[in-house]
Each structure stands twice: as C-alpha cells, then as structure tokens.
Ligand binder design. Structure first.
Ligand code: C2E
Ligand code: CA
Ligand code: CA
Length: 297
C-alpha cells in the first residue's frame, strides 16, 4: 500500500511544479470510492442517468436571451446530482467520453428541435473535449443528427465549444475540424479563453465564431482592476480578429454594466440565471426580464 500510494503521489507531483506532493486520496484513482464511481459511470448511459441543464446567454446591448449553453449533470441514484468536473475528467481517462459526448450532442439537438417546434428559437452551445474533437466521425455524426428523425435544425443553431488548450495541442487537426464545421454551417467558440497559451498567430487563421473569456477573469472584474484590464484587452483583441465575445461567470450587475461599457457582446452567469432543466428554462424565459421579441415563446 505504501508503494502504491507513493506512486499515486509521484504521478500527481509530475503534474505540478512543486517537485513533491503528499499522498491525497482525492487524486487516487484506485480508492474504493473512485473505482465504484468508474463502474457506475459505465452504466450511467444505459440507465439514462445523465441530464442536460441549460444556462441562458444574453445579448448585452439588447438585454435579450439569444441562446443557452448545455451543461451535463449526472443524476446518481445514491449520490444525487453530480457535477461534470467530478466525472468528465474521469470519463476522458477511461474512454467513456465519446459515447457521453454523442449522447450530449444528440440530446441537445433533440431539445433544440423540440423548442423550435414549440416556437422558441434558441441557439445551443455544446462542450466538446479533446477526445471527441479527435473522433474522425465527429463532424459526420453531427451532420446526420442535424437532419435526422424527420426534422431538420438550422446548423447556425449549434455552437461547439472547445477550450484553447485542446486547440493548441493539435492545431492542424483542430483547424481542419473547425473548417469542416464552418462548411457545415456550425460555429465554434473558444472556451476558457485566457487560461491557456494560445498563439495569436494561429488563432487569427482559424474560422472561429466567438471567444468566451474565462470566468476567473470575469468573476471579480468589477473590484479587481487587473482582471478588468485583461477583460478589456481580450475584448479588443477578439473584436480586432473579427470574433464575437462572450463573458462567462457574470455574477453581479456591476460586472454586467462594466462589460457593456467595454463593448462585450454576450454574457452568461448566475446574475442572469443558473443552468436550468429544459422545462424550468422555458418557464424562466416566460417570466424573465431579459426577454424581448427576439425569442418567441
Ligand atoms: P465550462 O464550459 O466553463 O462551463 C461553465 C461552468 O461555469 C458551468 O459549470 C457553469 O454552471 C458555471 N457557471 C456559470 N455561471 C457562473 C457564475 O456566474 N459563477 C460561477 N462561479 N460559475 C458559473 P458546470 O456546469 O459545473 O460545468 C463545469 C465544466 O464541465 C464546464 O465548464 C465544462 O468544461 C464541463 N462540461 C459541462 N458540461 C459538459 C458536457 O456536456 N460535455 C463536456 N465534455 N464537458 C462538459
Ligand atoms: Ca463551456
Ligand atoms: Ca468556460
């Protein structure tokens, strides 16, 4: 046990600059609890335990809701609602991420079609990890789903979110996939922008639609001048490259006002709404002050 725990600590230490780390059961993939979770995760899809929640995005200038981001949750029979940070990295390491992403895309597109048929025109943003982005069939599967099961969804209704680190890790492959998505009419957003090491020279060549400023810069931007400077610079830079800018993690009125002054295009965060189940979202839209004629409910 000593050797195996030392090994776990060494593995974790290699991912930090510290040089050494004490054993922490939280990073141990072999604990009974994690092994159990991994086995449960394998069955979660067939047992229909995943759900998507949807967090609204508003246009800052018009104050209208223009779309939503689909965020996965795992409704575990014993542990209750589990958030994605607790199982997505796990799913990536165990090869379960591709079927989960397929499920997310299928469910999000079906939901968007349902809203469309009910007269609610919303754009939906879907998170995709490196594994799924590297799936050679990714774009074809998406195209099939857009026009499957009797109804077609306009491709502009879908936005794929990938983090800048995924893109930078395999820039040539990434550029090809983004190009194919653009040909299909599906747009791409760079997620968590500012946390990675994007090469701007590369970024400007990519047919990206928008960048999402990471919430770590947005959360305290109204109080922290340094954060505000980073947000301002990112907005200017992205606009100069022709991209739309989304700020995530907007938790208060002051941040939203400041973003408006800085010319940010879209906002998402608890100040507007948390992520909601599909039915609750429609109720929220009906009663919300953020809505105008742009969305017909
Ligand atoms: P993300 O893509 O950066 O998603 C935004 C996260 O910030 C969400 O957490 C959201 O609930 C949270 N958030 C939104 N507004 C605020 C705010 O005002 N303040 C704060 N503090 N947080 C806010 P969530 O749902 O726990 O998702 C965490 C991460 O899990 C996501 O980060 C994304 O990377 C990943 N994820 C979520 N759904 C999926 C999915 O369907 N597939 C994949 N591959 N990853 C997903
Ligand atoms: Ca995202
Ligand atoms: Ca993000």
């Amino acid at each position: 046990m000593l050797m195996s725990r030392a090994d776990v600590a060494m593995y974790a230490a290699k991912h930090t600059d510290a040089g050494f780390l004490f054993y922490d059961p939280k990073t141990d993939p072999h604990t009974q609890q994690r092994l159990q979770l991994s086995s449960d995760l394998r069955h979660a899809l067939e047992r229909n335990e995943f759900v998507l929640h949807y967090q609204p995005q508003i246009n800052i200038e018009s104050n209208c809701i223009i779309g939503v981001e689909a965020l996965i949750r795992w409704n575990h029979p014993e542990h209750g609602m589990i958030f994605p940070d607790q199982f997505i990295p796990f799913a990536e390491n165990t090869g379960l991420i591709n079927p989960i992403t397929d499920w997310v895309i299928r469910t999000a597109i079906m939901q968007c079609k349902t809203w469309q048929m009910a007269g609610t025109e919303l754009r939906i943003a879907i998170n995709v990890t490196a594994h799924s982005f590297q799936d050679p069939l990714f774009v074809d599967k998406l195209a099939t789903l857009l026009c499957g099961e009797g109804t077609c969804l306009a491709p502009e209704r879908i936005e794929i979110e990938i983090t800048e680190n995924i893109l930078m890790a395999e820039i040539e492959h990434g550029a090809k996939v983004i190009g194919r998505l653009r040909d299909l009419g599906v747009s791409v957003a760079i997620d968590d922008f500012g946390t990675g090491y994007s090469s701007l020279a590369y970024l400007k060549k990519l047919p990206i639609h928008s960048v999402k400023i990471d919430k770590s810069f947005v959360l305290n931007m109204a109080e922290d001048d340094n954060d505000a400077v980073i947000v301002r610079a990112t907005i200017d830079l992205a606009h100069n490259l022709g991209y739309l800018v989304v700020a995530e993690g907007v938790e208060n009125r002051d941040s939203l006002d400041l973003l408006a002054v800085l010319g940010c295009d879209l906002a998402q965060g608890y100040h507007i709404s948390h992520a909601l189940p599909a039915d609750a979202l429609i109720l929220w839209i009906k009663n919300s002050s953020w809505v105008s004629d742009e969305v017909a409910v």
